[in-house]
Design a protein around this ligand. Structure first.
Ligand code: DC
Length: 207
């Protein structure tokens, strides 16, 4: 059983995916971490994330230690991730790992942007989690401030919009719902309400 959870940043995918996986006893992969790890590798060596060859080489060399490294959630890494994620060679280098992860019994929850469209088009459950840009920026801002990182709402909002535009406009695997995805708008929902809807959908597909 594969549960694909896609959607833009800060829409609530991560929280939902972790909780679904824990409840179902499934494996969970936050696929954004793969792109963040590629971005972090480049930043660490002083390479430009827009350097297509360096980015592809970093993606091919990616190992478990890269995904476990600290600081992957930081804003500069997120920005670099969004740049490398538009690189077709980077995406191609990461496909097999994600598919192998998804095939693990008894099931897996993968969250990202192209899980339902490209990585696991045959997933039994596909959710596309969205929320208004204002609510997403507010959530991300609160999260950053909670971690003690200095951030203004205006800067977070601008950054989110820039990244969304890049993720949606890229030629390879743009962020968009699969035709058979169920769109879940979390703008006015609590995390508990989102979870209740999602687990209801998963259970209806697995019985
Ligand atoms: O979800 P996130 O912010 O951790 O993702 C980091 C970047 O990677 C973001 O710009 C979108 C991109 N990404 C992607 O293109 N495909 C995925 N499956 C996951 C993330």
């Amino acid at each position: 059983m594969i549960v694909a959870i896609d959607g833009p940043s800060a829409a609530g995918k991560g929280t939902l995916s972790r909780r679904l996986a824990a409840t179902l006893g499934y494996h969970h992969l936050d696929t954004g971490l793969l792109y963040r790890a590629v971005g972090a590798r480049l930043l660490a060596t002083g390479a430009d994330p827009a350097d297509a060859e360096a980015a592809a080489a970093a993606a091919r060399k990616l190992g478990p230690a890269d995904i476990a490294r600290e600081g992957l959630r930081e804003e500069d890494v997120g920005r670099a991730a969004s740049v490398v994620a538009a690189n077709p060679a980077v995406r191609a280098a990461l496909v097999e790992f994600q598919r192998r992860f998804a095939a693990q019994p008894p099931g897996a929850v993968l969250d990202g942007r192209d899980i339902g469209t490209v990585i696991c088009p045959g997933a039994e459950v596909k959710l596309y989690v969205v929320a208004s840009a204002e609510v997403r920026a507010r959530r991300r801002h609160d999260e950053l401030r909670g971690r003690g990182e200095p951030a203004t709402y205006a800067a977070v909002f601008r950054d989110l919009q820039e990244r969304d535009a890049r993720d949606q406009a890229r030629g390879t695997a743009p962020a968009k719902p699969a035709e058979d995805a169920i769109v879940l708008d979390t703008t006015d929902l609590t995390a508990d309400e989102v979870f209740a809807q999602a687990i209801g959908i998963v259970r209806s597909r697995s019985s």
